[in-house]
Every structure is written in C-alpha cells, then in structure tokens.
Design a protein around this ligand. Structure first.
Ligand code: UDP
Ligand code: MG
Length: 309
C-alpha cells in the first residue's frame, strides 16, 4: 500500500519552546507521506496552543484538539487516537526525546506487515541513573506481576495500524496505561531501536510521585496478582502463628517451670502483622478505587476546541 494516510499524535502540555523545533523536524521527516499531525493540547497554560494555531493556519495537515484542563498524558493520547484518521498512527513526545526520523523506519516495518511497531530505547541521554534505574525496576516488577508481557524499554513512542486504533477506541475502560493495552492486544509486533535524546527544553512532567502513581496504575490495571500475594502473606503468617501456638502449648506441658519472657517478640509481631494488614487493605482499596472510577464513568476528557478537524 503506497497511498496511505499517516497520523502523528503529539500530546503537549506547556511545551511552548518545543512546538516550533518539533514541527521543523517532524514535517521534513514525514512530508513524503500523506500525513496529519494532531497536537493534543492537554490544558496548557502557556503559549503552546497559540503557536500550534499559527502553524495550523499555514498548514491544513497540522491539527489540534484542546482540552478544557489538564487531563493527563494518557488521556491526551487517547483523544488523539479517537481523532486520528490514518491507516497508520504514530505517537511521539513533544520534547524531541523521540527522534521524528524514526517514524519512517516504523512505517517501513508496518508496510512489511507489523501492526504494532515500538520504538525501543537503546540508550537514554540526559536521564539520570535514578530515572533509568527505577524504569528498569518497574518493568521487572510489572512483568513479574502482570499476565500480559509488557515490553521492556518501550514507552509511548510507537506506530500502530488502524486495526489496533479501532480496538483501542472500542475499549470501555479508562486507558490509564495505554502501552499495556496495546501489548495486551497481541497484534504482530516489531521494534525499531533508537537513542533517546535529552529533552530539548523544559522539565519532565513525570517526577518521582507521578512515575510511582503511573507504575501503580499500570500494575493494577493489568494484574490481580497483588490481591493473590496478599492472600499468600495472610496464609503464611497465620500458619506461623499456628505453629507458635502449638510450640507454646507443648512447652507449657513439658517444661511448666520455664519462665515467660519474649515481650519484644510480641511487639515485633504486632507491628509486622499490623503493617501487613494495612498493606493488604491498601491493595484491596486500590482495586475498589479503580472499580469506583469505572462505575462513575465520567468522560475521559472534555474538549474545548478543535482546529482543522
Ligand atoms: N504531557 C501531557 N500531559 C501531561 C504531562 C505530559 O500531554 O499531563 C505530554 C508532554 O508535553 C510530552 C509528553 O506528554 O509531550 C511526555 O511528557 P514528559 O516529556 O514530561 O515525560 P517523560 O518523557 O519525562 O517521561
Ligand atoms: Mg519527555
């Protein structure tokens, strides 16, 4: 297929210094195709939407959806998927950490039959050891807990076929962890390797706590193993307690004169069990929270304005 439409979705949140440099690199990289670039402005409070409008006035293929407020990166991607008309749909960060030239390589793999083409990071520049380390740890934990294998070193830089977009748009659940949903679908998958550059300007929006929350969302939406683990913890500690009781009874019968000590043991056991119980309630609470959000069934995002769409 040579006459296809390529959609490129760019979620943007306060990226005023990156919009122009991004367009200057993205447009030359994809102008050989029929293309549309859809910016999803996730409630930016700076000049980002104005700059995109200027570009959209000059080029009909540059389009924009603006949210009422900040609904989050995953919701922005999701809005992009709903608006995209392409036969192949790529998603890319606005900060030029993902090189736009790689999209052409993704298109090649897609034309050879892949329905999902991930950009896989070979190296990360300008990201400290902490971010790389926590990311590795996260993927390890995720794959241990999840029933769906989530590919390692793969973020939201990918190209997917229209079929995958249709599947994603038809989902009724809230897409809090899109890369997991994409992996879950199991369409034929390929990888394109790239070097993740430094952020062009500005700071990451994913600080430690946001990363942690994102990771927990990912785990909770792809696995119920934490609940199973809680059951095991309970089982193991109850068994130990039971053995302890039997031991004490025998001791009492066989050595009635032995002196009662060991209050520290009791203290430690109470704290330990208290901790496990709190953790277990927390885990159950997380899932109840997820159910609650799904039941409320609020819109994923609210759109303020659409340009060229
Ligand atoms: N982003 C967004 N909404 C948010 C946070 C981020 O649309 O609430 C966009 C942001 O503008 C960027 C992309 O999502 O294009 C990735 O964000 P960032 O670069 O901060 O994350 P990192 O690459 O550090 O993981
Ligand atoms: Mg980034």
């Amino acid at each position: 297929m040579d006459n296809f439409l390529l959609s490129v979705i760019v979620p943007v949140y306060n990226e005023e210094n990156n919009v122009k440099p991004l367009l200057n690199r993205i447009l030359p990289a994809i102008k050989k195709y029929n293309y549309e670039v859809i910016f999803v402005d996730d409630g930016s409070t700076d000049k980002t939407p104005g700059l995109i409008k200027q570009a959209a006035a000059k080029n009909q293929n540059v389009k924009m959806i603006s949210f009422n407020r900040n609904f989050g990166h995953q919701m922005a991607l999701s809005a992009g998927y709903e608006a995209a008309r392409g036969d192949a749909v790529a998603t890319i960060d606005a900060d030029l950490q993902d090189p736009p030239e790689i999209i052409a390589k993704m298109v090649d793999k897609w034309q050879k039959g892949a329905k999902i083409v991930y950009g896989k990071r070979q190296e990360r520049q300008g990201e400290n050891f902490f971010k790389t380390g926590t990311a590795t740890l996260f993927y390890k934990l995720m794959n241990f807990l999840s029933d769906t294998p989530i590919p390692n070193e793969v973020g939201d830089f990918r190209l997917i076929d229209k079929k995958v977009v249709i599947y994603l748009n038809a989902l009724k659940e809230r897409p809090s962890f899109l890369r997991g949903l994409v992996a879950w679908s199991g369409f034929p998958t390929e990888y394109v390797y790239f070097k993740r550059d430094k952020r062009l300007t500005g700071e990451t929006h994913y600080g430690f706590f946001k990363m942690l929350n994102f990771a927990l969302d990912g785990i909770m939406s792809f696995s119920t193993k934490p609940l199973r683990l809680a059951t095991y913890f309970g089982f193991v500690s109850a068994s130990l307690g039971f053995l302890g009781i039997i031991y004490e009874v025998f001791k009492k019968v066989l050595y009635p004169e032995s002196f009662v000590t060991g209050w520290i043991g009791i203290f430690v056991a109470v704290i330990f069990l208290g901790g496990i119980q709190l953790m277990t309630i927390g885990i159950i609470g997380e899932y109840i929270g997820k159910i609650y959000k799904e039941i409320q069934n609020r819109p994923k995002f609210l759109i303020k304005e659409k340009i060229n769409l």
